[in-house]
Design a protein around this ligand. Sequence first.
Ligand SMILES: [Zn+2]
Length: 432
Amino acid sequence: MHGNDLARAIAHSYPSGVSLHVSTLRHRQRGSLKPALSCPQYAEPIAFFQDYRPLAVIDPWMRLMETLFPMLVEFITIGTSYEGRNISALRVGKNPDSSEKLLGPRKTLIVSAGSHAREWISTSTVNYVAYSLITSYGISSSITKLLDEFNLVFIPTLNPDGYAYTFSQDRLWRKNRQETSLPFCRGIDLDRSWDFMWDGETASDNPCSESFAGKAPFEAVESRYFAEWAKNETDNGNHEIVGLLDLHSYSQKILYPYSFSCSEHPPTLEDLEEMGNGLAKAIRFNNHARYEVVSACEGNTVIAKEGSKTLLPRMQSGGGSPLDWFYHELKVRHSYQIKLGDNGAYGFLLPKEYIVPTGEEVLRAVKFFGASLSSSAENEDTEAKYVTDSGISQQAMPGGVVDDAMDLTNDDPAKEDEVHEEIYDWDLRKRG
Ligand SMILES: [Zn+2]
């Protein structure tokens, strides 16, 4: 990208002059919620998803979700950032704050984003999926079932200081904003700072590096809070984290453990690959976006891979990632990092027009994820049902249950094409 093009792309990726007020959103919520939601590709999506939003808008919006849907949504705080901002989250599920001890721990799926500040599409996607699930409860049978059985915890900005900084100072900032030993090089990489296989001493000991891991494991306060929160959730016996989807961008990849090394294989490799392939298929169904399913150690080391493989472990460290930590320390068997679109045409500066299509892709994936982890998934053919029974992209029947006849398990590409041309006028191929 030339300098001028980059400047233009950055300018274009910032929210346009239209500012979103919570009162506007509230009005739209009550007035025209269902028409807008029933088919976002046709109707104008609600104002909130027409652009990338700063924290000053996201946080009130999250609180509004709790206010509007108190039986379904709980606003929670995971921790506090280095500069003192809330790391906010929505816990979504039927009676999300009740302990239900008699029934055993409540199964929880975490959908997180924003570890890397500049990856705005990850943040908007978490909000889109949360909103879609919340507003489809009681309308879509599959989503109702999902939220009856699971809690989903949506964390749109794990790195709120960095995110704020990308709006105010540097659109391409990646790390948090913590001070380091070098006054002019702030920031720790939240994807390298966890204590499982942390290797800041070998690969990322330079505070000016984009992937600086800190001087010690969990020196990055946001990572430490996230880990403590997750441990608390499970230690108190009320919640069992069964899945993690940590969203990033870009390159369209679904990454599974381990990140720290390609020579260590996760004990449940086959399961991880199988689920990863299912997630990729669910995503592909929407817009034909192809996501590659690979081990994180490969997916994170693209540059080194093109050179010599023997240099991988030392050249580009993937240690200290929450992907590995959740898998290994918390025994979350289905732990993934998903790098969203695109494939590099826009990269981190993905235009706002992609917010809704990307949200739709991941919504499919999340529904597939939940269906696959459902206690009834073993015996029933529910996976396809979950994925195809969408209350979002299909026309919702008035006052009734959404019935989506599309079958994701259909592998006939010609038929898929037909379905797509009929329903979506979004041409993802332009991304290439
Ligand atoms: Zn990232």
